[in-house]
Design a protein around this ligand. Structure first.
Ligand code: ADP
Ligand code: MG
Length: 285
């Protein structure tokens, strides 16, 4: 590893992690993976090793992922128009088709095979598998089209898989009639965390966390209550909006804390979970 580092520092780090490892043993952590942390090969590998380590030390990691940049790049290759409304991808039937293919055929398969290679077998699934998600149209369907909201999560299939494997969930699914929808991965992760009564929900993104001023990286809000988040939500735009909404959903559903962290920083997941220096934004009741 890092040879310049004094051995004492490594031991310190291990000792610092010990109480967290003890506290987290057997606990479920839902990790929303997407965006920036997926963009570079090195970060993808780092994410896989981190998740595998969580499983080895006795946590129960459940991954929920999007695939925004990949979906966008495939849509562009096919000459399709890419549009977002308040952080949500505007979706027609062709968009849903491409999103589903890219999410399952590419992004999900890639995460699963990486986890496998790093020593913890994973199983990939979408909202359709084991009837995991029941979807209903988004409240703003007029503007966003075939975007769905997760109406119900049936955790049976996740619990079965999690006994032996790491579940990796692609955020897509269908309604009662079998119509497919594009689902925002943050929203899906919030619902999954609540349904599993997870200990924590962690959202990896490409900024330090929730910023009071989206343009100012120094304006990080490191802690916020659900009331503070809902009170400020009107002024939040872009992809941070569904993310904060998902934090609120998770906490109201019984999750102890929700964290938004910078997935473009190597091993941010481990730093957040096992060191005293909290990073990013933590939302609590
Ligand atoms: P992800 O793949 O993590 O879901 P998104 O692009 O959907 O990525 O959401 C993260 C983006 O939200 C940031 O890159 C930033 O551009 C945008 N954003 C808008 N408002 C804020 C804010 N107040 N704080 C932080 N990020 C914000
Ligand atoms: Mg997003």
């Amino acid at each position: 590893m890092n040879e310049e580092r004094a051995p004492a520092a490594s031991v310190e780090t291990l000792l610092e992690a010990l109480p967290y490892i003890r506290d987290f043993h057997g606990r479920t952590v839902v990790i929303k993976y997407g965006g920036a942390a997926m963009r570079e090969e090195e970060l993808r590998e780092g994410f896989a090793t981190d998740v595998v380590l969580l499983k080895y030390v006795g946590l129960n990691p459940v991954i929920v992922h999007g695939g925004g940049p990949d979906i966008t790049s495939y849509m562009e290759r096919l000459g399709m128009e890419v549009r977002f409304v308040e952080g949500v991808r505007v979706s027609d039937p062709e968009t849903v088709e491409v999103a589903k293919m890219v999410l399952l055929g590419k992004v999900n398969a890639d995460i699963v095979s990486r986890l496998n290679r790093h020593g913890q077998p994973a199983v990939g699934l979408s909202g359709d598998d084991g009837a995991l998600f029941q979807i209903r149209p988004h409240v703003d369907a007029e503007r966003v089209g075939l975007v769905g909201e997760v109406e119900r999560v049936d955790v049976d299939v996740l619990n079965h898989i999690a006994e032996d494997y790491i579940p990796v969930v692609a955020s897509a699914g269908a309604d009662r009639e079998g119509n497919s929808y594009n689902v925002n991965a943050d929203a899906a992760a919030g619902k999954v965390a609540a349904a599993l009564q997870a200990h924590k929900a962690i959202f990896l993104t490409d900024v330090a966390g929730w910023l009071a001023d989206a343009e100012d990286p120094a304006s990080l809000i490191s802690r916020a209550s659900v009331d503070e988040v809902t009170g400020a939500m009107g002024g939040v735009a872009g992809g941070m909006r569904p993310k904060l909404g998902a934090c609120v959903e998770a906490i109201r559903g019984g999750v102890q804390s929700a964290h938004i962290i910078d997935g473009s920083k190597p091993h941010s997941l481990l730093l957040e979970l096992f060191t005293n220096a909290g990073i990013g934004t933590m939302v609590t009741p």
